[in-house]
Design a protein. Structure first.
Length: 150
């Protein structure tokens, strides 16, 4: 893509644009070189790549996250630390929002409840009511009930 040209983007420009994006260059910078609005670049990548768009964006965002981590690690001034920290936070927030299943906070809740059920039923040889106890694990707790078979 020749930055001095004023022609519209073509499909031949797409691989270079995608590679620049995946290499960590901002859409704003790419759009400036192409002399178009950044939304034009976003839309063009989206509509020209079809189903691969989400994959391309995810790869670029993971790269951006790695770059932000690197910048934070290597920051020497207070301003650089603050800038890198905010970039790390924003990138992680954006990844969590877009792909929470892969980048979101993981939460696991374990619950254990036992239920004791007592059934009163007459025995065949003995007509008096005898309790039969059944225990169910991992079920919601309910009050004990006594059921008599008539």
């Amino acid at each position: 893509m020749d930055p001095s040209s004023s022609t519209a983007l073509t499909k031949a420009d797409l691989p270079e644009i995608i590679q620049r994006y995946l290499d960590g260059e901002s859409i704003q910078s790419i759009a400036k070189d192409a002399r178009v609005a950044r939304n034009t670049i976003y839309q063009w990548i989206h509509f020209q790549t079809g189903p691969d768009y989400q994959y391309i964006v995810r790869r670029a965002m993971v790269r951006r996250m790695a770059d932000a981590d690197h910048d934070l690690w290597n920051a020497t001034t207070k301003e650089d630390i603050a800038r890198a920290r905010e970039e790390c936070r924003y990138t992680r927030w954006d990844l969590e929002r877009r792909w929470s299943d892969q980048f979101g906070v993981k939460q696991e809740v374990k619950e254990r409840r036992d239920i004791k059920v007592i059934i009163y039923a007459p025995q065949v040889n003995n007509p008096t009511v005898q309790p039969i106890e059944i225990r169910l694990a991992n079920a919601p707790q309910t009050p004990q009930r006594m059921v008599e078979d008539e």
